[in-house]
Design a protein around this ligand. Structure first.
Ligand code: R5P
Length: 296
């Protein structure tokens, strides 16, 4: 049987350690430094030759630093004779998975090439923005879903009145549908449009039957909070009761939480793909299950 190790990158030290503990695997020690000018340096200690190494590094902000650290770490492991299994729980640039405006770079395709160039053999991520994005990878790439775990958390911790699951846009509708099934409730999809130049978001719906109903809004990413804010305001305008948001990746930039709370959201529940005080759901069991299924 091939032997495995875990290399927790600087952005996901805790998650990597939890995973190693859960799978009873030894760890590669990873030392990192960021210099005053922003350049980073990685040093590893441990013998990885002939090992399968799960490199754990989420790419939340500072996005490019975390991405480069993932690349450097993978490069070194593969140079030293290890086989790299990259676990990137939050995969940055996955939203730019096509050319929305002419001349735009498909960033996800670039990330895929970079990962391949440093020797990554397999990518595992959590709730990639769209499954079509996996098509940009020329090596095995998997997205594990945290939606069942988020739904289970909501089920266990909230007693909701006539709950309805809401997707703030069409892109999140499959996730919301799955979530609603697990909650045995209905689900609806709002109409969100984003100005591709300014990034400005609009959420509309003429008729919304949410009066006195508690809402669980489901999304993959909260970045500035603009999408959730607009959707929550609209739901409140139509008489919604409590609003809980369940979201996999809490990127949370530019005062997102404050914006969301002001719009009437009672609580945000996320996962630990990104460290955050609202990351209530631990993805370690899901990830461990994935790796267990491929360990021979
Ligand atoms: C977009 O389609 C995503 O699913 C999220 O809704 C979006 O990225 C969230 O970004 P923000 O919080 O800045 O509105």
């Amino acid at each position: 049987m091939a032997s495995w190790m875990v290399a927790p990158g600087p952005a996901s030290k805790e998650l990597g350690e939890q995973l190693a503990k859960r799978l009873s695997l030894p760890m590669v020690e990873v030392h990192s430094t960021v210099f005053p000018d922003g350049e980073c340096k990685i040093r590893i200690t441990g013998d990885v030759r002939g090992k399968r190494v799960i490199v754990v590094q989420s790419t939340y902000p500072p996005t490019d630093t975390h991405l480069l650290q993932a690349l450097m770490l993978s490069h070194r492991v593969s140079q030293d004779g290890g086989e790299v299994y990259a676990l990137i729980p939050y995969l940055a640039y996955a939203r730019q998975d096509k050319e929305f405006l002419q001349g735009e770079i498909v960033s996800l395709a670039v990330v895929s090439r970079l990962l391949r160039a440093v020797g990554v053999k397999r990518l595992v991520t959590v709730d990639i923005h769209s499954v079509e994005g996996l098509g940009h990878f020329s090596f095995p790439a998997y997205s594990v879903s945290a939606i069942p775990a988020l739904a289970e958390y909501v089920k266990q911790h909230y007693s909701l009145h006539q709950p309805i699951v809401v997707s703030p846009d069409f892109g999140a509708s499959a996730r919301a549908e799955g979530f609603a099934k697990l909650l045995s409730s209905e689900h609806i999809v709002l109409r969100k449009t984003r100005d591709r130049v300014t990034g400005e978001v609009r959420v509309e719906e003429e008729r919304l039957e949410v009066e006195d109903r508690d809402v669980v809004m489901v999304d993959d990413i909260i970045s500035t909070g603009g999408s959730v804010e607009k959707a929550a305001k609209l739901l409140k305008k139509h008489g919604a009761g409590r609003i809980i948001v369940a979201c996999t990746h809490l990127v949370m930039v530019r005062g997102a939480m404050e914006r969301i709370s002001k719009a009437g959201v009672e609580e945000v529940i996320g996962t630990n793909t990104i460290p955050h005080p609202s990351a209530k759901v631990d993805i370690t069991p899901l990830i461990a299950e994935h790796f267990t299924s491929i360990m021979d």
